[in-house]
Design a protein around this ligand. Structure first.
Ligand SMILES: Cc1cc2nc3c(=O)[nH]c(=O)nc-3n(C[C@H](O)[C@H](O)[C@H](O)COP(=O)(O)OP(=O)(O)OC[C@H]3O[C@@H](n4cnc5c(N)ncnc54)[C@H](O)[C@@H]3O)c2cc1C
Length: 613
């Protein structure tokens, strides 16, 4: 074990893995500490990666050279492109993965990367909060590190619930990080409670799939990863069944035994991913809810019941499951449960994912208030890259929300926060026609390069894609079809890569995927340009730094409500201030007047530029 590590990553979940790998690609020495190393990369809930907007995050992670896309490709059993009925801008690739194999492949990436793996429980940070010196572990004692990434998921004071049962844990069979939470609270970090839950798993041989609708996998050559990725060689079908009157009656009869309804869980859960008992309460007239029956792996003995998350007592879960068509004799292997856990309030985190009270602690994943593997992994790459940069005395970087879903997510979390576990939706991105799954490689090429986290192989691949796109763009601008430039012709409804190739010989040898992506740029160019113009005018506000302001409470030019909000949130730029609830346009004007007057006093004639990509 080294005397001092550049980066210590706590947690081997989706966030911790990407953080450790990104810091390693940055050239840092990295140790990843996980409470149970054989559960590194585990899918705690559903065996699936991607979906609407989430699938685009996975492609962005790949553009930043993370591992999630390649592991999902290698372990895919079932593929669907969601939202196909809508435009390609909001298509969402989603795969069903072999859960056990996915974790093994992720573990291999870590093992082969040169990241040191340590099985231990971190019980506290070491050193002063402003600048920690490392972490303290239950068995190993103190470990020194220049920077720390906290990626401990649902484990901070994790409490698991099922009916009247209550026990400690971050997920079933795992520890609860009570000591670490105590240390975090003692250091005066503002933490709050969220909850989430999971459905029962069913023994496959006890289910009659003939009574269910079959959902086959789509035939496609899609891979999440740009370039060569191991494509799936196995396939599974999924099934669809529905709840009915009887399922609803059983849940209703047992509602008083639900830990949530009985008030024993106080944390807020995800509205978009409710438990079955939540659905029964919120939609009392709706008996029929769709349940996706998903295999946990290739020829796995278990089914996951997507849509039947529950923390009702075991006997109620058994009855509910057996009321479903095809499940009359079903046996449950693992019962559903809910987990309540602590997460960092958004006011603690800056846009580089650093905890503001510290110089060198970064956070990623569910402890930032997000939900989902993809969100966690996306944050992990950025936290790991910035921890690496900080360890190397480089400035940490932030992403623009105009250029990636990961940027949208970080901007939303650190500026607005979330009153429920944050999940990415395409509606959250004002520039979503640009933030497509087909162009993540080109969108993030510059960012990945600036972070310094691309391996040589990935850089070559992405550089090749960039060049190919440039050549295609030149052809589109140069050539004419039907009397109009090819670039304008491409905007017509129904023009595809195939049609463009048929229209001109100059495109015959071009990569069809890159060609289609460039054609989509053309089709959406009007909207994208308009969005960029709006954004540019807002960026001017981002250039105006508020860092020199000691106290907002003394600024007479702004109203009291705004003073209190600004003092509490300490925005770094005028653009940050603009986003805060309680700050009005007149307050921004007031701040500008105040800054203009103070500038001579501070002898700071040009406003400091904030970091951005
Ligand atoms: C029961 C349950 C239900 C869920 N349901 C959903 C859902 O319906 N939809 C959804 O989108 N997401 C759901 N999730 C969340 C999903 O699992 C997470 O979003 C995702 O796994 C977060 O990744 P992460 O890397 O932040 O944390 P995790 O994957 O939870 O990984 C945390 C890691 O930290 C390690 N660790 C924790 N504390 C310590 C410590 N003190 N010392 C050392 N190591 C430590 C753990 O061992 C683990 O490796 C659910 C999670 C659970 C547990």
């Amino acid at each position: 074990m080294k005397d001092e590590w550049d980066v210590i990553v706590i947690g081997g979940g989706h966030a911790g893995i990407e953080a450790a790998l990104a810091a390693r690609r940055k050239g840092c020495s990295v140790v990843l500490i996980s409470a149970t190393i054989n559960r590194i990369g585990e899918m705690s809930c559903n065996p699936a990666i991607g979906g609407i907007a989430k699938g685009t995050i996975v492609r962005e992670i790949d553009a930043l050279d993370g591992s999630m896309a390649r592991s999902a490709d290698a372990t895919t059993l079932h593929f669907r492109m969601l939202n196909r009925r809508k435009g390609p801008a909001v298509w969402g690739p989603r795969v069903q993965s072999d859960a056990a194999e996915y974790a093994s492949v992720q573990q291999l990436y870590i093992e082969n990367s040169g990241v040191e793996i340590l099985e231990d429980e971190v019980t506290s940070l070491d050193g002063l909060t402003e600048k920690v010196t490392g972490v303290r572990c239950r068995k190993t004692g103190s470990i020194k590190g220049k920077t720390v990434v906290l990626a401990v998921g649902t484990f901070l004071k994790g409490r698991l619930f099922r009916g009247d049962e209550l026990w400690k844990g971050g997920r079933i069979g795992d520890i609860s990080a009570d000591s670490l939470e105590k240390d975090i609270v003692k250091r005066m970090f503002h933490v709050e409670r969220f909850k989430t839950g999971t459905p029962p798993r069913i023994i496959r041989s006890t289910v009659n799939t003939e009574e269910m609708e079959v959902q086959p996998s789509e035939v496609t050559d899609f891979t999440f990863s740009y370039g060569k990725s191991r494509q799936r060689d196995k396939e599974e079908v999924c099934y669809i069944t529905h709840t009915n009157r009887s399922t609803m009656d059983i849940a209703k009869k047992n509602l008083h035994r639900s830990p949530l309804m009985a008030g024993r869980i106080e944390g807020t859960g995800p509205r978009y991913c409710p438990s079955y008992e939540d659905k029964v309460v919120k939609f009392p007239d709706r008996q029929r809810h769709r349940i996706y029956v998903e295999p946990m792996g290739c020829e796995s003995g278990f089914f996951y019941l997507n849509g039947l998350s529950s923390s009702l007592p075991r006997e109620a879960q058994e009855k509910m499951v057996r009321s479903l068509p095809g499940f009359g004799s079903a046996e449950i292997s693992d019962y559903g449960y809910a987990v309540e856990y602590s997460y960092f309030h958004f006011s603690e985190i800056d846009d580089t994912l650093r905890l503001k009270k510290t110089e060198n602690v970064f956070v990623a994943g569910q402890i930032c208030g997000t939900s989902g593997y993809e969100e966690a992994a996306g944050l992990g790459v950025i936290a790991g890259a910035n921890a690496g940069r900080t360890a190397q005395s480089l400035e940490a970087m932030s992403l623009s929300r105009m250029n990636s879903y990961i940027g949208v997510m970080i901007d939303d979390i650190v500026n607005k926060g979330a009153d429920e576990p944050y999940r990415m939706f395409s509606s959250r991105a004002e520039n979503r026609l640009h933030l497509r799954q087909d162009n993540a490689d080109r969108r993030l090429y510059k960012t990945a390069d600036m972070f310094g986290i691309l391996s040589g192989e990935k850089r070559d691949l992405l550089t090749g894609n960039m060049k190919e796109a440039e050549i295609i763009r030149n052809v589109l601008e140069r050539e004419m079809v039907d009397g109009v430039p090819l670039s304008k012709w491409c905007r017509r409804v129904g023009v595809s890569a195939e049609k463009a190739i048929a229209a001109t010989n100059s495109l015959v040898d071009k990569d069809e995927k890159v060609l289609m992506s460039v054609i989509l740029d053309e089709k959406y160019s009007g909207y994208i340009d308009r969005n960029l113009r709006r954004y540019e005018s807002r960026r001017n506000l981002e250039k105006i730094s508020l860092r020199e302001i000691g106290s907002f409470m003394d600024i007479d030019e702004i109203c009291w409500e705004a003073r209190e909000v600004l003092e509490r949130r300490k925005p770094e730029t005028l653009a940050h201030a603009e986003k805060l609830a309680g700050v009005r346009p007149t307050d921004l004007q007031g701040l500008l007047i105040y800054l203009g007057r103070q500038r001579s006093t501070w002898n700071n004639s040009s406003p400091e530029l904030v970091r951005s990509e």
